[in-house]
Design a protein around this ligand. Structure first.
Ligand code: BGC
Length: 345
């Protein structure tokens, strides 16, 4: 699965050489790749960087595969299901990368497989370093492809947990904006923590509502401005400024708001910085942004998937596309939640 970053309409399929040993000691048979908004943005020419000296990028950062070759002592064996971590440290390295916290890289000198400077996992065979591979329970099977989006939310919630320990905090209610794969994962992880979960999304009925309600959470259909509950945590997953602003108004004193969605470059959002300041200062609120996930978040995410209802996780995968026509996965369809490319078909 390749694309020329920066050039719209170049996503396609091509033969590339087998991965070389420099890509990692584990040789993996690719099984599935999940498609997300970042992949669509790369295919549209708006994001992504090829490896140095190359024009094309093998895309795909939400991976799942089966180990074919693993050196003794690597902790992996042929037949294991495995997911590849996305980010690699800044080679220089920056102080955060040197400390092993490459998800907090301070320089943008990091690599991200399938996104920035490193080929991704959208191929029939790929390699990965054992330290950047996460084992998947055999019983999860195909559901392992959900580990990458889950890792991003595991990091978001891990930070909420850490920030919440700064002072008195009530683990009461949380509001998630958007019921796509990221919002649904945010809801799952919040429900697992015992929060009373609320999710707002424009969709009226259908699978998103059902999936939210199956978690015991309350679904609010329509405008975020109409949500009428006070919450201790907001996890913003739409990347829409107006939605985030409305959700932020529901934040209680001492509340924590996490931004995971990335706003498209376009007309600038008119933010009333004075009101924002007064609300945040006078109510001890925290607003933070988060991206990517460190090794511990991948492990937390693996625990969260293992604890979730496999039927619920399975319902997130609403469409499967064979490798030969993978670009169909880039076209959004109304019933889509998570679209997965089947690398074996
Ligand atoms: C990926 C992250 C990545 C981010 C920015 C997201 O879609 O899930 O791993 O850090 O894009 O490149």
């Amino acid at each position: 699965m390749t694309v020329v970053p920066g050039q719209k309409g170049t996503a396609g399929i091509e033969e590339v050489p087998d991965p070389g040993a420099q890509d990692g000691a584990l040789l993996v048979r690719g099984m599935a790749v999940g498609i997300c908004g970042t992949d669509r943005e790369i295919a549209e020419g708006g994001y992504g960087t090829p490896p140095s000296g190359e024009a094309r990028l093998v895309i795909g950062h939400e991976s799942l595969g089966e180990v074919l070759e693993a050196p003794a002592g690597s902790g992996f064996a042929p037949g294991d299901l495995v997911v590849g971590i996305v980010r690699r440290p800044d080679p220089v390295p920056c102080p955060a990368c040197a400390a092993g916290e490459w998800d907090m890289c301070r320089t943008d000198g990091f690599g991200e497989r399938g996104i920035v400077r490193l080929h991704g996992y959208g191929s029939e065979h790929w390699r990965v370093e054992p330290d950047f591979a996460v084992p998947i329970l055999p019983r999860l099977g195909e559901l392992g492809v959900l580990l990458e989006p889950a890792s991003v939310l595991a990091k978001a919630w891990d930070q909420v947990d850490q920030i919440s320990r700064r002072a008195f905090f009530l683990r009461g209610r949380a509001l998630v904006t958007g019921a796509g794969p990221i919002g649904l994962m945010a809801c799952l992880l919040g429900a697992q923590r015992g929060y009373e979960m609320h999710v707002v999304d424009l969709a009226r009925a259908g699978p998103k509502r059902d999936l939210v309600e199956d978690l015991g959470a309350r679904y609010h259909s329509g405008d975020a401005a109409d949500v009428d509950v006070d919450v201790d945590v907001v996890i913003e997953c739409t990347g829409l400024g107006a939605v985030g602003r409305s959700a932020g108004r529901q934040l209680a004193s001492g509340g924590i708001m996490c931004l995971t969605g990335i706003m498209n470059l376009g007309p600038t959002l008119d933010v009333d910085a004075t009101t924002l300041n007064r609300n945040m200062v006078l109510h001890n609120q925290v607003l933070f942004g988060t991206v990517n996930a460190g090794r511990r978040h991948w492990e937390q995410a693996a625990g969260a998937l293992a604890a979730a209802d496999p039927g619920w996780l399975g319902a997130l995968i609403t469409r499967r596309v064979p490798l030969t026509s993978w670009t169909d996965a880039l076209d959004r369809q109304p019933e889509d939640i998570k679209v997965v490319v089947d690398l074996t078909a």
